[in-house]
Design a protein. Structure first.
Length: 403
């Protein structure tokens, strides 16, 4: 106790309010506010000191807490939320004076003014809105700028997980801004600003964004297929993100129905449900095998018995792939090693062969077929001994564990 009185005596050499006095002992006794702590401390120090409104540290900032609470309440109005958190910006000069006081009085169990400010405003807002403060996953964080009496609402995005199938060979997964104008609109893109008229993203994100009354939407796929590849089977997992939603409780079943109705058979969505930022990270880093159906056309006569060599040479052996010629302009040239787990010849019609194979995530399948000028080894063209081209490539299953 005498140590505490020593610190208090030294601190009270300047005028302090009870908040700023109590904060010096924030972690000494719990179960009371800093203001109460300050009042008791002041009483225990038998110096004739009055609580000062002209506090050396905060200059009376805590008297403005009710006003800050009202500002938060006002800025919260547009956003549906069931909980919140308050953060604050405090004049750096205040923080400097506070740190100087800690040093001068050797206080070691103090709390920062921001911590107390956040909590005190939080209490006012909790009472006003009837909603709790949430530290871990708040729907919205209100940042109170105590210098300019401004509040900004940092609204947590909404996330939705689902799986999509794609039945078009002219549809990219995500919106693709025009290369020429980068989205502004130019003759090349007919003023649309995009390389393609639509995308899987366009059939999913805007519907969620409109329903949640958000500002922006983002699409996170678990990998992506080529534009001209169909996405079949169990569909590809994705998480759609809506930034700055004004509504958080949206009818997900109705949203999925709307997607499927408006995509007119080009895209199908299933299993839409609420998701999290953590799941975005999980699906972005997932490396699961995928099963493909590839149709290749050989350029010339070939010995059909050679087709039997394809599974034998490819399955469970290292496939070495240099960055394909078609993407070399945007990616560093490096070698990757992948494994094909299963290969089946599904059909042979003249010079056309349909192959079904399961391969590691990140395997370049077209290159595995034609060999990419020897940049992929081994490859189907070499095995058969005749050059070939890929006519169609579809993803028929994504080997994630499901969700
Ligand atoms: Zn103060
Ligand atoms: Zn353009």
């Amino acid at each position: 106790m005498s140590r505490r009185l020593e610190i208090a005596g030294s601190a009270l050499e300047r005028p302090l309010c009870n908040h700023c006095l109590g904060r010096l002992f924030a972690s000494v006794s719990t179960g009371m506010s800093n203001r109460q702590r300050g009042a008791i401390t002041r009483y225990l120090v038998s110096l004739p000191t009055q609580e000062s409104g002209d506090c050396h540290i905060c200059r009376g900032l805590f008297s403005e807490v009710p006003k800050f609470g009202r500002l938060v309440e006002k800025s919260s109005a547009p956003f549906e939320h069931s909980n919140f958190l308050v953060g604050s910006k405090v004049d750096p000069a205040v923080i400097e004076r506070e740190e100087q006081l800690w040093a001068d009085s050797s206080a070691s169990e103090s709390e920062s003014i921001k911590g107390e400010m956040n909590r005190e405003i939080g209490k006012v807002v909790e009472a006003a809105l009837g909603k709790p403060v949430e530290f871990k996953n708040p729907d919205v964080v209100f940042i109170v700028d105590t210098m300019f009496d401004r509040v900004t609402a940092d609204v947590t995005p909404l996330f939705f997980y689902g799986r999509y199938r794609k039945f078009s060979r002219e549809l990219p997964q995500t919106r693709w801004p025009c290369r020429e104008c980068r989205g502004k609109g130019c003759p090349r893109c007919n003023g649309v600003g995009r390389m393609y008229e639509s995308s899987v993203q366009d059939m999913i994100g805007p519907i969620l964004m409109r329903r949640a009354e958000g500002d922006e939407e983002y699409f996170h796929g678990m990998g992506r297929e080529d534009i001209d590849a169909l996405m079949l089977g169990n569909g590809r997992p994705f998480v759609a993100e809506v930034r700055r939603p004004q509504k958080r409780s949206i009818d997900i079943v109705a949203a999925e129905e709307e997607m499927n109705a408006s995509a007119k058979g080009l895209v199908e969505v299933e299993g839409l449900r609420p998701s999290t930022r953590g799941e975005v990270r999980a699906i972005k880093s997932a490396a699961c095998p995928k099963t493909y159906r590839v149709s290749v056309r050989f350029q010339g006569e070939f010995d059909h018995r050679k087709l039997n060599d394809i599974p034998r040479v490819l399955a469970e052996k290292p496939i070495r792939q240099l960055t394909p010629n078609r993407v070399a302009h945007r990616r560093a040239d490096l070698e990757r090693v992948r494994t094909v787990h299963r290969v089946e010849i599904e059909a042979v019609v003249g010079s056309e062969v349909v192959i079904v194979l399961e391969a590691d995530s990140g395997t370049y399948i077209k290159e595995l077929m034609h060999g990419d000028d020897g940049r992929t080894k081994p490859n189907v063209a070499d095995i058969v001994g005749v050059p070939c081209e890929v006519i169609e490539l579809d993803v028929i299953s994504i080997g994630d564990k499901g969700a």
